[in-house]
Design a protein around this ligand. Structure first.
Ligand SMILES: Cc1cc2nc3c(=O)[nH]c(=O)nc-3n(C[C@H](O)[C@H](O)[C@H](O)COP(=O)(O)O)c2cc1C
Length: 163
């Protein structure tokens, strides 16, 4: 095994998720990753750092939207992952196109591959992070788009299946 291997977090190819949350008359959007836990009922999990605004908004509202970034949302993923909602209203500052969700107060991001509206079922304290397990209450997908994958600090539009 190589002695210069990247950190474990960089080894696992991840979904690129634009996570939105809303509470205290504030909203925020951040870049994150998500994985599916079960299909029936549809449950997914996200891991959110305790010190960031999104964590407080999800903690208060018990809701979020996991907007799965599309292949052409690379710049937005970078912007939302490198700025903090405590310093700037990212949705306004980056002109993020949003629309009201069906089931939760957090906004959907237009142009995403898919938007999954989620309600938190429970959470797990993981040191600097909280892992939220959430049920998907409503979802939409744009089949004309492809999802964006993040691996070792690089982004890949999920194209050209081999099987
Ligand atoms: C590709 C990518 C994935 C990320 N995944 C996570 C994640 O799963 N959990 C997390 O807390 N931060 C993650 N981050 C970092 C947050 O997006 C970053 O700290 C952001 O500024 C937090 O926004 P906020 O302070 O407005 O809540 C990720 C960043 C990138 C670029």
């Amino acid at each position: 095994m190589s002695s210069t291997q990247p950190p474990v977090s960089g080894l696992v190819p991840c979904s690129t998720v634009l996570l939105t949350a809303s509470a205290y008359a504030r909203q925020d959007a951040m870049t994150a990753t998500a994985i599916f836990i079960s299909e029936e009922p549809p449950i997914l999990s996200v891991s959110v750092a305790k010190h960031i605004l999104t964590h407080y908004l999800i903690g208060e509202s018990g809701e979020f939207v996991a907007n799965l970034a599309a292949g052409d949302q690379l710049e937005l993923a970078r912007q939302l992952g490198s700025t903090h909602g405590t310093e700037v209203d990212k949705i306004e500052h980056f002109n993020v196109p949003v629309e009201i969700g069906e089931k939760v107060a957090a906004p959907r991001i237009q142009g995403s591959y898919a938007s999954l509206e989620c309600r938190v079922l429970n959470s797990y304290d993981a040191g600097d992070f909280v892992v939220y397990f959430a049920e998907v209450l409503a979802s939409s997908v744009d089949p004309s788009k492809v999802p964006l994958v993040w691996h070792q600090g690089r982004y890949y539009p999920l194209e050209n299946p081999v099987a």
